[in-house]
Every structure is written in C-alpha cells, then in structure tokens.
Design a protein around this ligand. Structure first.
Ligand code: NAD
Length: 486
C-alpha cells in the first residue's frame, strides 16, 4: 500500500494560539484503517485542558475578537480558507490516513467544502445586522445581533475536516469563539486547520482544538459553565445524552444526528441516472455518511430488473488502497465499525433479506477494515436493517407500490435527515418533496452540498441547521434596545 511510511508529526492540543501537550501528559494513538498501523500519537485533552481552553476562548471573546472590525474578521476567515487550499495535498492525505476514505474524496471533494465554508461565511461577518423597529415616536428602538459566546463544538469521525468548516465557519462569522473537539478516531485534520487558523491571523483563543475522548473531554465541554452553546454532530444516542447534560446549564444546543434516508426510485425515472444516484448515495464515503441513501425504495414494476443491475454495479466497486487516486471504496474507520456493519449484514439475512452483492470483509494487500459494497434485496421496511443506521456500505432495497406507499414507507423510520426522489414527472417530484419528513430532499440527484444551503435533520436526526444563512441563527442572539427620546 502506498505512502504509509511517510511520517506524520505527533498532534498537540491547540489552546490560546499555542500547540501544547495535555496537562496530564496523556497521549493516544491514531490508526490508519487501511493498514491497521499507527499513524501518529496525539495529545489527549482532559478536564483541566478544557478549562484552560474555555478560559482562553472567553478572554478572546471579550477581548481581541470582539474588538476586531467585522471586515478584519472576514479577512482572517477568508485567509483561513485560502490556507486550507494552499495546503490541500497535505490535509487531504492526513484525512485519508486517519479515516480510510479515498484520497479522491478527501482531496477533490472535502477540501473544497471546508475551504468553501470559510470563504462563504467570511462574507457574512460584515452582513449580520439588527433592525430599527418603529414602535413609538417616544422611543428609538432597535435590535442588535450578538454572538452567543463560547461555543463547544463536538464533531464525528466520518467527515472530520468538513465538520470543522460546518461548525467554525458560521460560529466565527457571527463573532463567537470556539472550543472544538474532534472525534478520537480522526483528530489530525482539525489540529492542522487549528494551526492554519493561527497563521491566518485569528487571535489566540478564538479557535481551540482539543482532541480527546467523548466521555472525558466531550463531557467536560458540555458541563463547563463557561460554554454558552454546544453544537454537536454525531450519533443520536450521544446527542440525546448530551442534550440532557446541557439542560443543567441551560445551554443552547444544536444536534445533527444520524439518519436512515430513503432514496425513492419511481418507474418513470431516468433509470440510468437513478442507478448512479443509488450507488453513490450509499457507497460514497463507504456509507459512513449521515445522509447516506441507505434505504433504496424502488417501484415494484421495475424492482427486479433494477436490483439485478444494481447488484452487478456493486460487485464492480471493489475496495482498494484509499491513497490510490482511482480508489472509490476505502476502509471503514475502525475494526469496531467494520464488525458492527458485518453484524448488520448477518442480521438482515437472518431477517429474510437476500444478499445479492458483497457482504464480506475484503482486506487490501492482506490488511485493513474494508467491507465490500453490499446490497440486501427483498427488505421489508420493518426489518432492523431498514430501521437502524448501519453507517457502512450496505444498501437495503425495499419495493413499493405507488406514490402514497412510497411516502408512507419513506417516512416510517425514527430519522428524518435526507431523502432522494427519482422521477421525470415534475408535479410528482414537488408533491413527494413536500411530504417527506427530511431536512433535505434531492430530486434526480443525491449527496450534493454547498456552504450556502442549510443542512440538518427532523425527528431523531436532530434540530438546528448547519450551513447557509440559517446556521447563523444558531450562533447569534437578538438583543432589543429601547431609548427614551422625549
Ligand atoms: P458519536 O456520537 O459516537 O461521537 C461524536 C462525537 O461525540 C465524538 O467527537 C465523540 O468523542 C463525542 N462524544 C462521545 N460521547 C460523548 C459524551 N458523552 N459527551 C460529549 N461528547 C461525546 O458519533 P460517531 O460515531 O463519531 O459519528 C457517527 C454518527 O454521526 C452517525 O450516527 C452519523 O449519522 C452522525 N453524523 C451526523 C451528521 C449530520 O449532519 N446529521 C453528520 C455526520 C455524522
């Protein structure tokens, strides 16, 4: 496997503009999922480090960050986007080594998104305004739009660098400061972006990065009285727990959680395009994608033929060395995740689904936590493989009869993150889009994102929005000012 021996320097915490060791001196090892070898060691934050970082974030909030002209804040954020592009090869390689995703995704897709977030949101720093409100001639009444304060951002391992942009772009544009905890499995790109933030001219303490365990550093962030808001992306289970903990401190929370998104193919669709969309909808990012189209709903009249072709297509998607630019199916993030995914395949078969493609571990050069592109056909929407998030390259294909049946089955899950609709009937597309319980509906496409388009969930997929103008509401609060004029 290529390039794995090139050394990666040990990762540090970033607190108050400095790269430092943990107060306890603790470190952990981050692993390469494709080779099962260590990538490097990383400082492991504990409660004491969280406290230092929160104090630094508070001091920056009250001091240099608040005093900076919005245009200068915008310039620094834009420069951070530029620096990410200037260091794209290095950052993309770190992401692939840490996460196992194909370098094609890290370099060609994720880098553009994370840099794009800083570029897009830099523009907002100068455009967040309040209103003057005509209440009564005896008063001058206006609103101010202010930052929430110190934001604790806790992010998952599936899109480690993108999540830095999704959280930090809007939070910093709105004038907050941040204590960011990357997932323990994938801390490297967040640390690197934290270093670049210093180079970009963000004052010390504005963006602190604390790799460490969820149960230690994550809990300490959520409990810390100096943290005003928690923005979380991760599993529904941890999100639920975190919301309860945050309730004690009456902290605002934004939760971006799991999904079990329906991708609906009607018989009148462009079936070639739908086939491509069904495949990338689940196998992009090894299926470790919150919005993955993991439930493929196919109209009964085309079901057998569609499933047959889909299985052929999936069998051609062979896992390969993620550092190879041609790779489109990398390694799952950890051995635990691989076992969980393979366990779900077994469950599906026991429940009566037919395994028509994949279903096995497939090491590359004898190593790695790779799983084949897997298709389970004949799935009933009540099966566990249709109801629970698998978070791997496993597609459950479910037949439906008509539009009403498609909508009913699509909505019959606890989650409501994303969805896809494939049809050439424009009226049907709008009708179905309006009825789906999902934060995003893609019509005749799947898995598209842009910093300007809000993203988030309904139901057990959480609440609040990342990206777009909507995300700025999550990171600002309104103050009303009354001035007696007479
Ligand atoms: P996870 O919930 O286990 O961990 C997410 C983060 O929370 C990590 O940084 C972890 O260290 C931290 N954490 C864990 N326990 C904690 C605690 N008690 N207190 C504070 N922090 C804690 O999720 P994961 O396995 O890393 O990520 C996969 C999940 O994320 C999937 O369910 C996926 O659907 C979801 N996800 C959602 C979106 C979205 O936008 N909705 C995007 C990406 C991933």
């Amino acid at each position: 496997m290529s390039d794995t021996l090139a050394p990666v320097k040990p990762g540090k915490l970033i607190i108050n503009g400095e790269a430092v060791d943990a107060a306890s001196g603790a470190t952990f090892t981050t692993m390469n999922p494709a080779t099962e070898q260590p990538v490097t060691t990383v400082a492991e934050a504990g409660a004491e480090d969280v406290d230092r970082a929160v104090r630094a974030a508070r001091a920056a909030l009250e001091g240099p960050w608040r005093k900076m002209r919005p245009a200068d804040r915008a310039r620094a954020l834009h420069k951070l986007g530029d620096l990410i592009l200037a260091n794209a090869d290095e950052i993309a390689r770190l992401e692939t080594l840490d996460n196992g995703k194909p370098i094609f995704e890290s370099r060609q897709i994720d880098i553009g998104m994370v840099a794009g977030c800083f570029h897009y949101f830099s523009g907002w720093a100068t455009k967040l305004t309040g209103d003057t409100v005509p209440v009564n001639p005896a008063f001058f009444t206006y609103t101010l739009r202010e930052p929430v304060g110190v934001v604790g951002a806790i992010i998952p391992w599936n899109f480690p660098m993108i999540m830095v942009g999704w959280k930090c772009g809007p939070a910093l544009a709105a004038g907050n400061t941040i204590v960011l905890k990357p997932a323990e499995l994938t801390p490297l790109t967040a640390i690197r972006i934290g270093e670049l933030a210093m180079e970009a001219g963000l004052p010390p303490g504005v963006l602190n990065v604390l790799p460490g365990k969820g149960s230690v550093a994550g809990e300490a962030i959520v409990k810390h009285p100096g943290v005003d808001k928690v923005s979380f992306t991760g599993s529904t289970e941890v999100g639920r727990h975190l919301m309860k903990t945050a309730a004690d401190g009456l902290k605002k929370v934004t939760l971006e959680l799991g999904g079990k998104s329906p991708n609906i193919v009607f018989a009148d669709a462009d079936l070639e395009a739908a086939m491509r969309g069904a495949t990338t909808g689940i196998f992009y990012g090894k299926g470790e994608v919150c919005a993955a189209g993991s439930r493929l709903l196919v109209q009964r009249s085309i079901y057998d033929e569609f499933v047959g072709k889909l299985a052929e297509r999936a069998k051609k998607m062979v896992p390969s060395d993620p550092l190879d630019p041609k790779s489109r199916l990398g390694a799952l993030v950890s051995e635990k995740q691989m076992k969980s995914v393979l366990g779900y395949v077994e469950t599906g078969v026991k429940e009566g689904a037919q395994l028509v493609a994949g279903g096995q571990r497939q090491p590359v050069d004898g190593k790695g936590w790779f799983v084949q592109a897997t298709v389970l056909a004949g799935v009933d929407n009540r099966m566990r493989v249709a109801q629970e998030e698998i978070f791997g390259p496993v597609l459950a294909v479910i037949p439906f009869e008509d539009e009403a049946d498609a909508i009913a089955q699509a909505n019959d899950v606890p989650y409501g993150l994303a969805s896809g609709v494939w049809t050439q009937d424009v009226k049907k597309a709008h009708r179905v889009a309006s009825r789906l319980h999902a934060g995003t509906v893609w019509v005749n496409t799947y898995n598209f994102y842009d910093p300007a388009m809000p993203f988030g969930g309904m139901k057990a997929s959480g609440f609040g929005r990342d990206l777009g103008a909507a995300s700025l509401d999550e990171y600002s609060q309104v103050k009303s000012v009354w001035i007696q004029m007479e």
